[in-house]
Design a protein around this ligand. Structure first.
Ligand code: ZN
Length: 416
């Protein structure tokens, strides 16, 4: 199974917007670009919300059937490891093997020696076509890279073989992710990581590195966009070269785990893809849930009251809700609106604050991040939330489709 050139990872916390999400990629298709949808949900997200991988499969299949999608689509076991992958074996055909926690863990001596030996042809001045800088590679450099990444690569190999034994080689797509590491991976490190993955016989098709800058949940990129552009440019060149020298799958492409909504990077990514003729997997996550809150608020007085209640119930639980996401949000708690202030808001007040429109005078970056991680409260509200969402299905679905197409697919894949 080969991943297509362009794919978009989409999350759907409550599993009700599959068709609305599909409509967005169908709009892109009509505009001339096939972007394959990949429904992703991590073990953590399933645990927090009480869903199962099979629910995502059922949602994806139903959306595709109802929407009449003729192209491939996938279900991603997102950020899994050896210990929690079994629950995904039936449902998923895309596996994001997350090995960030093994970066820097002690590598096996024999494996390290083997790696340094096999990478010897690259010693000296390593020039990668399309990358301006050259790298000085010697035993010490290779050993350092090996000590940093070999254990993580070995772990990816173990999980890969576990999935392959259960499902069969070639029946699924393997992604390797190191995006939740503490430090970004530099382009020439990616080259040798890919070399190590090839030695592990892991047919990696998408690689999700950690880039420089901050990829906070649900809000725009925080960092030096020009540095990101240089990094991505070099990474794309490295991948192309690695495919040819290491014999990796020709479909290998970069996966950008955005944490959702890196709007200011989309034009940069679009230009880089065009320049290199490269493919891309872009993983988003929680945007859809925020569009549901907006849609529920806009659906009428009853919906508005429920949307406000989600926030009012969440506010006193700030620490608990933010904790699982502590490293990927930056919320100025003191600037969150007090529960009482929310009472007086109109639906437009709430939508203006929450919607990702940085140019809107009411846009509130703290509120947006907080509501983004507060989905658990809505899950616990049970029928009060799902009933409101049901009643708001049409307007919420429209918000989901428009958001995905206008803010994500169009600038990223169509360029404008
Ligand atoms: Zn990730």
């Amino acid at each position: 199974m080969q991943i297509e050139t362009y794919s978009l990872g989409i999350g759907d916390r409550f599993g009700r917007e599959g068709l609305a999400q599909l409509r967005a990629v169908q709009m892109a298709e009509r505009a001339g670009v096939v972007v394959v949808p990949v429904w992703n949900k991590s073990f953590r997200e399933h645990s927090l919300i009480g869903t199962k991988p099979d629910d995502v499969r059922a949602e994806a299949d139903a959306a595709v059937r109802r929407g009449g999608w003729k192209h491939p689509y996938h279900v991603d076991a997102d950020h899994i490891d050896r210990h929690n992958v079994d629950g995904f074996l039936a449902a998923s055909d895309f596996y994001t093997l997350d090995v960030a926690e093994f970066i820097g863990a002690a590598a096996d001596d024999a494996a390290l020696a083997g790696f340094v030996r096999e990478m010897a042809p690259f010693k000296g001045t390593l020039r990668i076509p399309g990358v301006e800088a050259a790298f000085d590679v010697n035993d010490a450099v290779l050993e350092k890279i090996g000590r940093t990444y070999l254990r993580a690569v070995a772990e990816a190999g173990r999980t890969y073989r576990h999935v392959a034994a259960a499902k069969g080689e070639g029946t699924f797509i393997a992604e390797v992710s190191t995006d939740e590491a503490a430090e970004p991976q530099l382009p020439f490190e990616l080259f040798f990581i890919l070399g190590a993955l090839a030695r592990e016989k892991l047919p990696v098709q998408t690689l999700a590195p950690k880039f420089s800058g901050k990829f906070l949940k649900g809000i725009d990129y925080v960092g030096d966009a020009r540095a990101f552009a240089r990094e991505l440019d070099a990474d794309l060149a490295v991948l192309k070269y690695a495919v040819s020298v290491f014999g990796l799958p020709p479909s290998l492409k970069i996966s950008v785990h955005t944490g959702s909504d890196k709007l200011s990077l989309y034009p940069i990514i679009h230009r880089a893809l065009k320049k290199h003729g490269a493919g891309l997997h872009l993983k988003t996550a929680g945007t859809t849930w925020l569009e549901e809150v907006i849609g529920v608020a806009l659906s009428g007085p009853g919906g508005l009251a429920v949307a406000k209640r989600v926030y009012q119930l969440a506010l006193p639980r700030f620490d608990e809700l933010v904790k699982p996401y502590a490293t990927v949000v930056e919320i100025d708690r003191a600037r969150l609106p007090p529960a009482a202030a929310v009472e007086g808001w109109s639906a437009e007040d709430l939508a203006g604050r929450l919607r990702h429109d940085p140019g809107h005078p009411a846009y509130d970056v703290n509120l947006r991040q907080f509501v983004h991680v507060a989905f658990r409260v809505a899950a616990e509200m049970g029928a009060e939330w799902t009933g409101a969402l049901e009643a708001a299905a049409e307007v919420a679905g429209r918000c989901v489709t428009e958001n995905l197409f206008d803010r994500h697919l169009r600038p990223l894949f169509l360029g404008g």
